[in-house]
Design a protein around this ligand. Structure first.
Ligand code: PLP
Length: 259
């Protein structure tokens, strides 16, 4: 496996991974928090399965995809690889999958089979669909309520004012458990706008926690991507979803016809 192949920008996957982890730790320390209080989820959507396996061998456990099809496919490929490793050596690194993209109701059943956390629940209907698809499971499906903090019409998510109510409704469902909130920074306005959105989401999160609407295990605040994860951690995020900064530039596949 190519563990030290440099990309076009001259860094390796292992270097970028270490760098992102160090930056998360530094951001946490700046606001008096511990590095281990912030979970790094690597968004693998633009990466390859080889990169996922390499990151797993470096100790990364949590990965996210934004399309159900690719999530299911990759979970199966990685599982197969893990089984082979277990046969050969008796053990294999752990993996957990996160669904971060918008989820169509007709794909819920497939998606939840391999997903540890669904970050993108933004309606009661979707929560109800998960509830019925998960009816025969022993443990509830854990979800985050996605909030459209900046009120952008192009973005998914519930309005900030509706988040607490949706969390409370989910709390009444047996097979779905609300674990927290997720948000994205607005497209415009740079880091200042991102910070404002993160602060707003943090306040909302604190408000839901204090109200008790989310129950005892409402403890995840998912915010921060490659361009703004340090700001997000400084604003209280405890789960960052980082793609490009770890994965690197999109892979260029050689066309065998040119060889
Ligand atoms: C793609 C994606 C990310 C990661 O974005 P990068 O800028 O590559 O870090 C995070 N969250 C969601 C919801 C995404 O779709």
């Amino acid at each position: 496996m190519p563990t030290d192949t440099q990309d076009a920008n001259g860094t390796t996957l292992a270097q970028r991974y270490a760098d992102v982890k160090a930056r998360i730790a530094a951001a946490a320390h700046r606001v008096g928090r511990r590095a281990e209080d912030v979970m790094l989820v690597v968004v693998s959507k633009s990466g390859t399965v080889d990169q996922i396996r390499e990151l797993m061998q470096l100790g990364q456990v949590d990965f996210a995809e934004n399309r159900v099809q690719q999530l299911v496919q990759r979970a199966a490929q990685v599982d197969e690889w893990r089984m082979r490793r277990i046969e050969l050596s008796g053990h294999a690194p752990l993996v957990r999958w996160h669904m971060i993209g918008s989820l169509q109701r007709n794909k819920v059943k497939k998606a939840i089979e391999c997903t540890r956390l669904v970050h993108s629940v933004d309606s009661l209907r979707l929560a109800e669909e998960i509830q019925s698809a998960a009816s025969r499971r022993e443990t509830p499906i854990e979800v985050l309520v996605e909030v459209n903090v900046a009120g952008e019409s192009s973005k998914a998510g519930v309005a900030p004012g509706a988040a607490k109510h949706l969390v409370a409704q989910i709390e009444t469902m047996v097979n779905v458990r609300a674990r927290g909130l997720m948000c994205m920074a607005p497209l415009e306005g740079g880091l200042d706008a991102a910070r404002a959105a993160f602060e707003r989401c943090r306040e909302l999160y604190d408000d839901v926690r204090q109200s008790g609407a989310g129950g005892a295990r409402f403890d995840i605040l998912s915010m921060g991507m490659s361009g703004d994860f340090e700001a997000a951690v400084e604003c209280g995020s405890n789960l960052v979803r980082v793609g490009g900064a770890v994965i690197g530039p999109p892979q260029v596949f050689e066309d065998p016809a040119d060889a």
